[in-house]
Ligand binder design. Structure first.
Ligand code: HEM
Length: 503
């Protein structure tokens, strides 16, 4: 049969023609279905297995392909070929909300995830970031708890402002991120109208094997646009897919969204003498001290053909770096190096790297064999062990990273014991540079969000605001109907004293 003729004809899962796709085979015109309707059994069994686990967080997302073009020159910092001046690399990017499940509405107050896969000639580089330059917490231990606090309550099955704010305010390092999420930027109008960031400190090393520390920033070329709570509520009532639809339609209409990539660079020497821990994800590097260096442009210009195959099955791992780009001592990043691959082996299976959207575009020779759903040739007859006398696929010592000196004892260090640790400076600075209308929105949004929460937790937040900026503290105190004298008294306590007095 001609291929085009076959295309429009229904077959079973192994290509044989299906005679009838609507009438079950029954014993008599009014009788029961018989086992012999094997096509019916196959259809039902396949359908029952079509749902795969959603991502533990960032479950709701949308993706698109595009490219990254290098316009600047950072080769003195990194030998990564993805940064070769003038070069272009294919990318796949998945945007997401964090707390909502796969069916949640897009236009919710939440941070947005932005995961970028660069299909470089030296392997895939995944930069898995968010639309905020900082994060709530900094120790991996807190990560599952953060998600339990922002996701559903075990008793009611409902989202709980009480759990959310209780957890946040018990950890003062969440303050800067709390301020961002409650600000006008807490609900971006679309994915196209927001910046995004790698957040962590990463490293670069050049062809002389000299290391610097770096941070990644992507600035939207569409301009920043946000929604008020009222606008977002209206949109969620009408369209739960507002962000996904906007991205899809913009690309279909050839209005390709673009972001300019910048990096900040800190030398190893600067890091040693920096006034706060440069590897603490809850801290930022100030632009005045570590200016943005322009690197290139990320453009999205092609929609996926199939949501499940390409977006749902996409898998990004902070562990996936390429020569010239490395990790840092950031303890939070270290935890992520394990978490993603582990989640994906569960969510998609051990061979998820063979799914086309995840597959590297360069040659892969990893000695991995077998495993569920190994659908390629499994390296055929090639030798399966190393070292081997055939010199097959030997390691490449020339890509070794420079050694990193470490200091100190092995111990459970609490960053709060570090005298340089200031959890309120960055949030206070952010408040001080806000225009009056932005400040007013921040106060209103916070008051609305925290309204259902018990008074003790409200006091904790008000005290943190007061410690960051007296005006911020006074306005929040007033908006929450609290007693300013009490806030001022509580602000004289240390963190454990404050927790004791408000628990
Ligand atoms: C120790 C801290 C963290 C842990 C353990 C963690 C863990 C995870 C896990 C298990 C997933 C689901 C992966 C999958 O099923 O494919 C995920 C998704 C994601 N995480 Fe994290 N995460 C952490 C911190 C962060 C931070 C700091 C950022 C942003 C800088 C971030 C951004 C994302 C994004 C964007 C996704 C969605 C990726 C996608 O679109 O497929 N996470 N995270």
């Amino acid at each position: 049969m001609e291929e085009s003729e076959n295309k429009r004809k229904l077959t079973n899962e192994v290509g044989a023609p299906v005679a009838d796709n609507e009438n079950a085979i029954t014993a008599g015109p009014r009788g029961p279905v018989v086992m012999q309707d094997v096509w019916l059994l196959e259809k039902m069994a396949h359908f029952n297995r079509e749902v795969i686990p959603e991502r533990r967080m960032h479950a709701k997302g949308w993706g698109a392909y595009g490219n990254f073009t290098v316009t600047g020159d950072i080769t003195k910092y990194t030998k990564a070929k993805v940064f070769k001046p003038g070069s272009q690399t294919e990318v796949f990017v998945r945007f997401s909300t964090v707390a909502g499940e796969r069916g949640a509405a897009d236009a919710e107050r939440d941070i947005r995830g932005v995961a970028c896969k660069f299909y470089t000639e030296e392997g895939n580089w995944d930069l898995v970031g968010n639309n905020t330059p900082t994060f709530f917490i900094r120790d991996v231990h807190n990560f599952s708890d953060l998600n339990r606090a922002v996701k559903r309550d075990p008793r009611t099955g409902m989202r709980s402002a009480q759990n959310n704010w209780d957890f946040w305010t018990l950890l003062p390092e969440t303050f800067h991120q709390r301020t961002i999420v409650m600000s006008d930027r807490g609900i971006p109008a679309t994915f196209r109208h927001m910046h995004f960031y790698g957040e962590h400190t990463f490293s670069f090393y050049n062809d002389k094997n000299e290391r610097v520390w770096c941070k990644f920033h992507f600035h939207t070329q569409q301009g920043i646009k946000n929604l008020t709570d009222e606008e977002a509520a209206m949109i969620c009532g009408k369209d739960r897919e507002s962000h996904g639809r906007d991205l899809f339609e913009a690309i279909e209409n050839k209005d390709f969204p673009r972001w300019t990539m910048y990096v900040q660079i800190m030398t190893e020497e600067q890091a040693k003498n920096h006034y706060e821990n440069p590897f603490d994800i809850t801290k930022i590097w100030r632009h005045k001290e570590f200016p943005l260096i322009e690197v290139g442009v990320l453009e999205l210009n092609r929609n996926p053909e199939n949501y499940f195959a390409e977006v749902e099955q996409s898998a990004f791992q902070p562990a996936h770096v390429v020569p010239g780009i490395g990790f840092s001592p950031d303890r939070f990043l270290q935890g992520r190096l394990f978490a993603y691959g582990d989640a994906q082996r569960y969510r998609l299976g051990v061979n998820h790297h063979l799914i086309p959207v995840n597959k590297a575009k360069c040659e892969v020779n990893d000695y991995h064999r077998d495993g569920a759903m190994r659908t390629d040739g499994n390296y055929g007859r090639e030798v399966a062990y190393t070292p081997n006398s055939g010199d097959v696929w030997s390691a490449q010592p020339e890509v070794k990273e420079p050694p990193l000196d470490l200091e100190g004892a092995m111990y459970r260090f609490d960053p709060k014991d570090d005298p340089t640790d200031d959890n309120f400076r960055a949030g206070g600075d952010l408040y001080r540079i806000m225009t009056e209308d932005k400040k007013a929105l921040l106060i209103e949004n916070t008051a609305r969000d925290i309204a259902p929460v018990t008074e003790n937790v409200k006091y904790r937040h008000a005290v943190h605001c007061y410690l960051a900026d007296t005006d911020y503290g006074e306005r929040i105190t007033k908006a929450l109907g609290l007693d300013l004298e009490k806030v001022i008294e509580l602000s004289k306590l240390d963190n454990s004293g404050l927790i004791k007095a408000t628990t």
